[in-house]
Design a protein. Structure first.
Length: 104
């Protein structure tokens, strides 16, 4: 039985060595919108496209992020801060965190 009710992937974070160059490429070459940008990260609107590179992290949609985190803790899974969220790692180090499911 699953520890939490995953409703899909909310977003994927990808690391880039040269963030301003990557943002410019997404914006100017692909024509994607930049939702948010700061010195160390940017949120690019990609619709339903799949990520093409190894992700920095994967955000899973769940009805109740705090309950999902509690279920992981009860199962012995360690959580650590990742920005404003608590994250956990998969078997090979991929980082995951939860986002609240969006209303239908």
């Amino acid at each position: 039985m699953a520890l939490f009710d995953a409703r899909g992937i909310d977003h994927v974070g990808i690391r880039y060595r040269d963030l301003p160059r990557a943002v410019a490429w997404f914006r100017d070459v692909l024509g994607l919108g930049i939702e948010y940008e700061e010195r160390t990260m940017a949120f690019v609107s990609v619709g339903s496209d799949e990520p093409l590179r190894q992700p920095h992290h994967v955000a899973l949609r769940v009805p109740d992020p705090e309950a999902a985190q509690a279920a992981l803790r009860a199962a012995g899974v360690s959580l650590r801060p990742l920005g404003p969220n608590l994250a956990f790692e998969g078997p090979e180090g991929t980082v995951f965190h939860f986002m609240p499911a969006r209303a239908a």
